[in-house]
Design a protein around this ligand. Sequence first.
Ligand SMILES: CSC[C@H]1O[C@H](OP(=O)(O)O)[C@H](O)[C@@H]1O
Length: 353
Amino acid sequence: MTHLESLALRFTHTPHQTELWILDQTLLPLKEKWVQLTTVGEVIEAIKTLKVRGAPLIGVVAALGLGQSAIKGTCLKQLENEAQALYAARPTAVNLMTCMNRMIAGIRSNKSPEALLSIAIELFTEDLALCEAIAQNGAELIASGDHILTHCNTGGLATAGIGTALGVIRKCHQQGKQVHVYVDETRPLLQGARLTTWELKKLDIPYTLITDNMAGHLMQQNKVQKIIVGCDRIAANGDFANKIGTYSLAVLAQYHTIPFYVAGPYTTMDWHCADGSRIPIEQRKASEVSGISGAFGHICWATQDTQIYNPAFDVTPAELVSGWILDCGVFTKTDFKQRKVIQYMPLLAEQVS
Ligand SMILES: CSC[C@H]1O[C@H](OP(=O)(O)O)[C@H](O)[C@@H]1O
């Protein structure tokens, strides 16, 4: 019997039954509701509606959903179709594509259903270790007494493990360092206000919730010593995509000479993507913004063709980043300029070659 459990994911496999359950993150923090995903279609819907979210978790849940489909007897041809549909569920977080590529390689090698499920289970257990390594590497950069600003949600709700940026903060707390977290609410879907505060409260880590537009003021008041954010795709030159509003924080951090770090696993690296201009940015429906302020009608950013756009991510250039906290180490701009990072990622190096 296989039983996998994380903050937002539960998976069991016995010879006669496979169950995939996720914690519906759209209902947090007011309601903790577990939802069973029995088909790939349900997994895709959960990813698109952010019931399941966070770059690493999206990839792991997609892989487990595909492995479940294989165990249920879906033929290899249909499995590849399902993998392609999962691959396209959300365009920015490259972990989804990384995980699907590993599953597709198994499908094209005619692997058995159990072997395909094993690949998915490996992706889950690998992420546990990647999160732990990121946390260890990042904690060395944090001093006791630091006030750390973070954006969106990058904890156990975004990964299979303890998280990326929030995993670093959790590790510092575990090590006995006195840290205080400023949590950006992160409009429009409020991952910070709803999810990061929920995680920090459970971990008993002190925090202050702020509106996104308070961040600059806090920096101006010298109340922020470090900024750590997550990532959805890191390009070969170190530019990275993350939740909308991250770029603004990076610019403010540079102006206020505050160290600005991005944390993520190697599965969020995309060596095929030369720089941030190549990263696809997910556009989400306008009602995610206007829905809250519906009284003001369409307050979204409109373009000349009257389309309404709601970009879910933005791209931060490498020049604004103080350090990349990865599972294989902490890297600098020079490391990326000299392409030193890829040598630490043999698996990805194979993919790129
Ligand atoms: C640890 S990856 C978390 C990453 O994903 C979030 O986006 P979303 O909530 O839309 O899945 C955000 O960009 C976080 O930094």
